[in-house]
Design a protein around this ligand. Structure first.
Ligand code: GLN
Length: 265
């Protein structure tokens, strides 16, 4: 059995549990979906969903529940598949703007900076049919729901490892230290951030009433990204009844579990 958790401190967690169940209707016995409120529950999980809601509240409650460090370990050390939607995406970002001073701790794992509430207030929430090529080229558009949604406004240089070219430059001067070698190895294996979906074109213009809002003129608004096992979406698939993204993500979880087993971990 593969155990998938949904962080259940605040926000739309029940909806995720429902859609996860819907996604595996055919082979439900292979899966166990649990609500996560404690480090012990988190430790049982092979994959984790961070729901939408309010990211400041969620991180404060996580800190009080002694979950912040275990969550960081889960995402960045154990590298188990984690998916954040909306507020969950904000928590998975290495950097976010408009965070109150000392008010919000992020989990990190995605080398991106997000712009919170990019589209404005609650009343400026909208729905838009969006092509998601990662689901398959022939799939019909996905009914995305944006509620005070963030976007990924830029991709940051990898946080941990040293950039390869920096190390190489150093190598020409002094013999490479063990540390530098490790850094090269890490930088070489570090997963890069993939942009999986952008909101642009007619759907976006109608949804946002024609306003030009993108900081990335040529790219559009980045609303889905993946870096290794960390996946984030600006919108709320759990509020749609459409389980295609949940089904897709569960296939990634299954693949990660199979890989760990093969490596004997
Ligand atoms: N803007 C919210 C935040 O900052 C997220 C909104 C949502 O998850 N629907 O946490």
């Amino acid at each position: 059995t593969v155990t998938v958790g949904v962080l259940a401190l605040q926000g739309a967690f029940i909806e995720h549990v429902h859609l996860l169940k819907k996604a595996v209707e055919q082979d439900a016995s292979d899966w166990d979906f649990i609500e996560v409120r404690t480090p012990e529950e988190l430790a049982r999980c092979d994959g984790l969903v961070l729901p939408g809601g309010e990211s400041t509240t969620m991180s404060l409650v996580a800190a009080r529940s002694n979950l912040l460090e275990p969550l960081r370990d889960f995402v960045k050390v154990l590298r188990k598949p984690t998916w954040g939607t909306c507020a969950g995406l904000i928590l998975l970002a290495e950097s976010a703007n408009r965070t109150k001073k000392g008010g919000q701790e992020l989990i990190g794992g995605l080398d991106v900076r997000v712009n919170r509430n990019h589209f404005g207030r609650q009343t400026e929430s909208f729905q838009a049919p969006l092509d998601l090529p990662f689901l398959g080229e022939t799939e019909p558009p996905f009914p995305t729901v944006f509620i005070r949604a963030p976007i990924v406004e830029c991709i940051l240089p990898h946080q941990k490892g040293v950039q390869v070219d920096e190390v190489e430059r150093e190598d020409t001067v002094v013999a490479p230290s063990r540390q530098a070698k490790d850094a090269v190895a890490e930088a070489a294996t570090a997963d890069s951030v993939e942009v999986l979906a952008t909101l642009s074109g007619p759907a976006a213009r109608i949804a946002t009433q024609g306003r030009s809002i993108s900081p990335n003129e040529e790219l559009g608004d980045v609303v889905a990204v993946r870096q290794g096992n960390v996946f984030g979406t600006s919108f709320h698939p759990e509020l749609t009844g459409d389980a295609r993204i949940h089904a897709w993500w569960l296939r990634q979880v299954q693949a990660a579990v199979n890989k760990r087993k093969k490596l004997g971990q």
